[in-house]
Design a protein around this ligand. Structure first.
Ligand code: ATP
Length: 247
């Protein structure tokens, strides 16, 4: 794995202005190695836009993103960040195994390493014999497991997960959450966006509440619960959003 030092990701006052839409930002936070950092926010708050700035899909109109100390560049990105988008995009005419090898080759740039990554991903996915079948015959959850397992098997310093376990059955979701936590414990930095508060409480070391394009609170789950006198993160989040709306 590429060694980025302690701070894997930094956002310094990043702003994205949509011509026919809202302004997202300024957003500032850091994600360190070994840390799961979660973005929580209502629909349309700006989580996916923030993730897109992290990955260099959107260039910020103001501020900066530093991934392993440099702005994200398309050519370097594959060795630095693995991404599981909210929408699962797959090639229907490839088998699950071919899919893993194809993407692993793209990320590693090396066929031999790619096959090793694909083998690891195949094991992580738990899809077994289904990996020999065309992806067009997969259920939504099976497709999700396929792309999530590849991201987990890759050895990038940053793992970016947008609603990672959405559509997974309970058993698969629990398994994947354990593997995400393990990836962080082994030294990867994880940026997570999720509407699942149970998942965030289980996984996240730090959380940012985001509403109307701005971070309204940031801290550990325990500190946020204390700050909003809440029993759980969901209640803290609701109180934070209500407080921000009255300002
Ligand atoms: N290409 C675009 N052009 C115009 N507006 C956009 C564009 N992309 C996103 N937006 C707007 O920016 C805001 C933030 O969208 P974003 O997808 O980042 O939210 P989100 O927090 O990920 O929401 P969700 O939880 O629903 O996935 C929304 O109001 C959305 O309509």
């Amino acid at each position: 794995m590429v060694d980025c030092g302690e701070t894997v990701l930094e956002l310094h006052g990043t702003v994205k202005r949509f011509k026919h839409g809202p302004t997202i930002g300024p957003i500032s936070f850091t994600v360190r190695r070994g840390e799961v950092f979660a973005l929580i926010g209502p629909n349309g708050a700006g989580k996916t836009t923030t993730i897109r700035m992290v990955l260099g899909i959107y260039r910020p109109d103001e501020g900066s993103v530093l991934l392993c100390g440099s702005p994200p560049e398309r050519l370097k990105l594959y060795s630095l960040a693995a991404y599981v988008p909210e929408e699962t995009a797959v090639y229907p005419k490839l088998t699950g195994w071919e899919h893993l090898v194809f993407y692993a080759t793209l990320y590693t740039g090396d066929r031999t390493r790619a096959v090793k990554v694909a083998e690891r991903a195949a094991e992580v996915s738990g899809l077994g014999d289904a990996l020999g079948r065309l992806v067009e015959g997969y259920s939504k959850g099976m497709k999700r497991r396929l792309i999530l397992s590849l991201a987990l098997a890759l050895e990038t310093p940053l793992l970016v997960l947008d609603e990672p376990t959405s559509g997974l059955d309970v058993h698969s979701a629990v398994r994947m959450r354990r593997l995400i936590r393990k990836a962080a414990d082994e030294g990867r930095a994880v940026l997570l966006s999720s509407h699942n508060m149970f998942e965030v409480e289980y996984l996240a070391d730090r959380v940012a509440f985001i509403a109307s394009g701005k971070i309204i609170a940031i801290g550990t789950p325990a500190s946020l619960k204390q700050r909003y006198a809440a029993e759980n993160l969901e209640e803290a989040f609701v109180k934070a959003v209500e407080a921000a709306a009255t300002v």
